[in-house]
Ligand binder design. Structure first.
Ligand SMILES: C[S@@+](CC[C@H](N)C(=O)[O-])C[C@H]1O[C@@H](n2cnc3c(N)ncnc32)[C@H](O)[C@@H]1O
Length: 221
């Protein structure tokens, strides 16, 4: 899987909108649902917070919300930290480098956007989802988006065409094609539903889809 250090981290913000068709819409549709479901003083856990883009958007919606930005890449979190300084929101964000299980504060909602597809389904996906469930209050919502296993034989080729239309170079598209095979661990819908259930979440509802990328919301039981 990509390790999101140094060069990958510094290029992330300029590349991600070319790699994930609808990236900004995914964030906005997630944020809109939080806007209408969370109250003042809510605490939001962002798993795989990366360069802090989710938190930057969410912080503008409600000035009383607090955040935990968790990630396994310190280089991504360094960029996030600078973003939070620039936005003057450092007092509202706790940065956590490491596993989500080490986080103390229980969250009212959790986000895990474009993260779990990098985690192998050998017990690691289950560990990640279970850790998120432990950090979430009962009835708290998890918003999770991933590259899913293709449902047609042409879906991934179409995705590459779309990414190139959004500015991805041919070389980067070739790399992405290779990555589809070797760097992602996509789930089909049935396995995803089973894992959520095993980890204490209700059946997920689909709220976002562009070809292989799907966003779901699920509530902790
Ligand atoms: C594609 S980026 C997504 C970042 C952000 N969520 C966004 O939507 O822009 C994936 C992020 O997940 C992080 N990551 C990968 N495996 C992780 C894990 N097991 N736990 C937490 N973060 C992880 C990476 O370091 C990276 O920052």
């Amino acid at each position: 899987m990509p390790i999101f250090n140094a060069q990958e981290a510094s290029e992330y913000d300029s590349q991600i909108t070319r790699l994930v068709p609808g990236y900004e819409l995914l964030h906005s549709t997630t944020a809109a649902q939080l806007a209408v479901t969370l109250k003042d003083n809510a605490h939001i856990l962002v798993v795989g917070a990366g360069t802090g883009k989710e938190i930057a958007e969410l912080a503008t919606i409600n000035s009383t919300w607090q955040f935990t930005a968790q990630d396994t890449s310190s280089d991504m979190l360094d960029i996030a930290k600078q973003r939070f300084i620039d936005l003057s929101i450092t007092d509202r964000v706790t940065i956590h480098h490491g596993s989500p299980c080490e986080i103390k504060q229980q969250a009212d909602a959790a986000l895990c956007l474009l993260v779990m597809h990098f985690v192998a389904d050998n017990g690691d996906k289950k560990d990640l989802l279970s850790a998120i469930a432990t950090q979430l209050k009962s009835q708290g919502k998890l918003f999770i988006a991933d590259l899913m296993r293709p449902e047609t034989s042409y879906e991934q080729d179409a995705q590459l065409v779309l990414c190139q239309k959004f500015g991805l170079s041919e070389a980067a598209a070739d790399r992405m094609k290779h990555n589809f095979e070797h760097e992602f661990y996509p789930l089909d819908r049935i396995r995803f539903a089973d894992l959520l259930d095993e980890c204490g979440f209700n059946a997920a509802k689909l709220y976002f889809k562009t070809l292989g990328f799907s966003g779901y919301v699920s509530q902790k039981r």
